[in-house]
Design a protein around this ligand. Structure first.
Ligand code: ZN
Length: 247
């Protein structure tokens, strides 16, 4: 709950870092560890990690129960994530756990499940410039972020992004090649808060960027649960007050 230490689990499929020299060099301990290290340096946040190849992908019931916010990174192995684990994470999100999906996690089973759409988009990898416009400067996720910030070399993601209309879009990206993209999107599902944040990519040092890390940290605080209660049951209930019989 808000006020206490926020427990984060940063999940990563953790494959590129083992097989690709360039990625290994950039994120020697994995993207999940880089993000967790940053979060652990912040007040009131405690971050651990989990990965695809761990038993139950590192997300058994016990871990999820003790997690306030899951951060999800995946790219090449979305299909290897078991439906059982996805169903478990979904249930926890509906009960109040926060979910933050980064970059290529747009195609993760968990985001597509939570959205009910394909979450498809356009992409191009020519290391062009991205300008992210902060269109909700009063939102907790954009706290401390200027009117815009730039990332000099990125993989482009372009609209149409196949998502349900977000409750709030906090960033819109412009790309050098001409496309635009809803880069920071907020939804509520059940009691849970979900944030999709576009920047990333395994071969670029995006998770070293000060603004990107600040947004992720802000998003963790925003997505932390206010309540944690199951929405699974639809109980039949007695009336609080007597209701006169009608003929
Ligand atoms: Zn990418």
């Amino acid at each position: 709950m808000v006020g206490k230490t926020i427990k984060v689990t940063v999940w990563n499929e953790f494959r590129h870092e083992k097989t690709d020299e360039a990625v290994k060099k950039l994120y020697p301990k994995g993207i999940h560890a880089a993000i967790a290290d940053h979060l652990n340096a912040q007040d009131g946040i405690e971050a651990g990690t989990a990965a695809l190849d761990e038993p139950e992908h590192g997300l058994p019931e016990k871990v999820l129960k003790a997690t306030d916010v899951v951060i999800w990174w995946g790219h090449m192995a979305h299909h290897e994530v078991s439906d059982e684990v996805v169903a478990r994470v979904r249930e926890h999100v509906l009960s109040g756990m926060g979910l933050i999906c980064l970059h290529s996690a747009h195609f993760s089973k968990i985001l597509r499940t939570m959205m009910g759409t394909n979450c498809s988009l356009k992409w191009r990898e020519v290391n062009e410039k991205e300008r992210l416009w902060n269109i909700e400067p009063g939102h907790p996720i954009t706290e401390g972020i200027d009117e815009y910030f730039e990332l000099p070399h990125v993989e482009m993601y372009g609209e149409r992004f196949d998502i349900p209309t977000p409750d709030k879009v906090v960033f819109i990206s412009w790309f050098q090649g001409g496309e635009v993209f809803r880069s920071g999107c907020c939804w509520e599902r059940g009691h849970g808060r979900i944030f999709y944040f576009r920047p990333g990519h395994e071969t670029l040092p995006i998770f070293e960027d000060e603004n990107v890390l600040r947004v992720i940290t802000n998003a963790v605080r925003w997505a932390a649960p206010r309540v944690r209660m199951s929405t699974a049951d639809a109980p039949n209930v007695k009336a609080l007050d007597p209701i006169p019989k009608t003929k």
